[in-house]
Write a protein that binds this ligand. Structure first.
Ligand code: FES
Length: 109
């Protein structure tokens, strides 16, 4: 695992932060949660709460694995669901090819 992976996060306040993956960050949610980006992650990453909801930037949507059925179903219940960009960050495994990934934290439910 490379620890140099950096992603850009736009917070709910409109601030852009650059985060670097550290040891133990397997998923995008873990990185966001431990960096205090406003992701509650109430269920701990088992795709049942949607408090890790983010919007992936348009240029990155097709460059990461798509939503599976469980993720898709949970997100469609969100009032802030964006069919094109919504993801549960706990369902995205960080990988070295994600350097420069940009995302926005979705509004709280
Ligand atoms: S942390 Fe609960 S759905 Fe992602």
């Amino acid at each position: 695992m490379s620890e140099e992976l950096e992603i850009k996060v736009i917070t709910r306040d409109g601030v852009t932060n650059t985060l670097r993956r550290g040891a133990g960050h397997e998923t995008l949610m873990q990185l966001l949660y431990e960096s205090d980006q406003g992701v509650e992650a109430a269920c701990g990453g088992c795709a049942s709460c949607a408090t890790c909801h983010v919007y992936i930037s348009e240029e990155w949507v097709d460059r990461i694995p798509p939503r599976d059925q469980v993720e898709d179903l949970l997100l469609t219940y969100s009032e802030h669901f964006d069919p094109a960009r919504s993801r549960l960050s706990c369902q995205i495994q960080l990988s070295d090819v994600m350097g420069g990934l940009t995302l926005e934290i979705a509004p709280e439910e």
